[in-house]
Design a protein around this ligand. Structure first.
Ligand SMILES: CC(C)(COP(=O)(O)OP(=O)(O)OC[C@H]1O[C@@H](n2cnc3c(N)ncnc32)[C@H](O)[C@@H]1OP(=O)(O)O)[C@@H](O)C(=O)NCCC(=O)NCCS
Length: 166
């Protein structure tokens, strides 16, 4: 397997749509329209094996110091081989380059995120902006996702941040 991770390009929209739609149909991810994917394509990192798109993840900016990892998924047959972790690493690097010290996610896969340096936190600590996407979620009034966050060092020097300051 020779998987590469790279920034998504407009020609990836259809494969991204199919991948996300598959998980959205099972309630694991929120759906993304082709139009929304096209508009936000520069927020996506994809994993590719040969000419096949086998994974994706995106970074959604929620404030000056907070981003959310969204739409993280690997196609069946490629799970458990480190691809998800490589996508998370690439997204964390994006956040670092942007100078954003807090990276969060809402997930059913907390153990995976913990393996990647995230900590479980109370959902309520996040600002209202985090919840704007939830209006599109069928589970908005009974959300059972787990909030995780990782603090990263960024060039501007936010090394004194603690979870209490999120
Ligand atoms: C969650 C997901 C992205 C993980 O990607 P992956 O490529 O399979 O994960 P990795 O191979 O990088 O796993 C990294 C570590 O996490 C562990 N891990 C992965 N999924 C796990 C799970 N569901 N429960 C517990 N541990 C898990 C792996 O065992 C591995 O541990 P190790 O380093 O000790 O070997 C992938 O399983 C997936 O696409 N799931 C469906 C969509 C989804 O739920 N996305 C999350 C939305 S936020």
């Amino acid at each position: 397997m020779s998987v590469i991770c790279r920034k998504a390009l407009p020609q990836d929209v259809e494969a991204l749509f199919e991948l996300i739609q598959g998980y959205a149909a099972n309630g694991i991810m929120l759906p993304r329209s082709r139009e929304a994917l096209t508009r936000n394509i520069d927020t996506f990192i994809v994993a590719q094996d040969g000419d096949r798109l086998i994974g994706c993840g995106s970074l959604c900016r929620l404030g000056v110091d907070l981003v959310e990892i969204r739409s993280l998924g690997i196609v069946d047959g490629y799970k458990g081989q480190g691809v998800g972790s490589r996508l998370v690493d690439a997204l964390i690097e994006e956040a670092r380059v942007l100078g954003i010290p807090k990276v969060m996610a809402l997930t059913y896969e907390a153990a995976f995120f913990q393996k990647n340096g995230f900590h479980i936190v109370e959902k309520e600590i996040f600002p209202e902006k985090v919840w704007t996407d939830c209006v599109n979620c069928p589970k908005q009034h009974c959300c059972d996702e787990i909030a995780v966050v990782r603090l990263i060092e960024v060039p501007q020097g936010n090394e004194n941040l603690s979870f209490a300051q999120i």
